[in-house]
Ligand binder design. Structure first.
Ligand code: IDP
Length: 163
């Protein structure tokens, strides 16, 4: 019935997580924090974004004063993209990563990933989709070729450059 369907859907909510170039030195600790929090890594892929791809990923911020700096940062080194699955995965991952600004994160969420591994407002170690629609768009951005990969049966770990 509808109730069961909704619950099953919620149990399997998916989100997109990204370790940004400045977070790469801490990727082991970040992945450990993800695994300890009850989020399941369904897919994981390391890639280096071009400047164009970084701008496309963050196109919602095109008009912001920090857009160029953000695109430069996101294309300055490799990223690790992960598709995470859990009940309430979107909210769970946003809570674990913490507020956007590292300074605010250190004050308000001292145990968050950004508080621990961020540097400033741009270099804040990780990204998380903030809604169902952005989760879907961003998962497609990094895993377009694997959107219908079976869950739980096998886990896809790919090392490569997205085309
Ligand atoms: P979020 O990553 O916490 O969702 P958004 O407002 O969506 O925050 O911003 C996207 C990214 O743009 C941030 O993660 C950060 O890297 C960068 N950014 C956001 N606000 C600022 C700012 O005021 N100065 C510099 N960079 C910023």
């Amino acid at each position: 019935d509808e109730f069961t369907r909704r619950n099953l859907q919620q149990l399997q909510e998916r989100t997109l997580a990204l370790i940004k170039p400045d977070g790469i030195p801490y990727m082991g600790k970040i992945i450990e924090a993800i695994c300890c929090s009850g989020l399941i890594i369904k897919q994981l892929r390391m890639c280096k974004l071009s400047r164009g791809q970084a701008k496309d990923f963050y196109k919602a911020h095109m008009d912001k004063p920090f857009f160029e700096e953000l695109a430069n940062h996101m294309s300055s080194g490799p990223c690790v993209a992960m598709e995470l699955v859990a009940e309430d995965a979107i909210a769970k991952w946003r809570l674990l990563l913490g507020p956007t600004s590292t300074e605010v994160a250190r004050m308000k969420a001292p145990s968050s990933i950004r508080a621990n591994f961020g540097t400033d407002s741009t270099r804040n170690a990780v990204h998380g989709a903030d809604s169902y629609d952005s989760a879907r768009r961003e998962a497609h951005f990094f895993f377009a070729d694997r959107m219908f990969a079976p869950c739980a049966k096998f886990f896809n770990v790919t090392l490569g450059i997205i085309k």
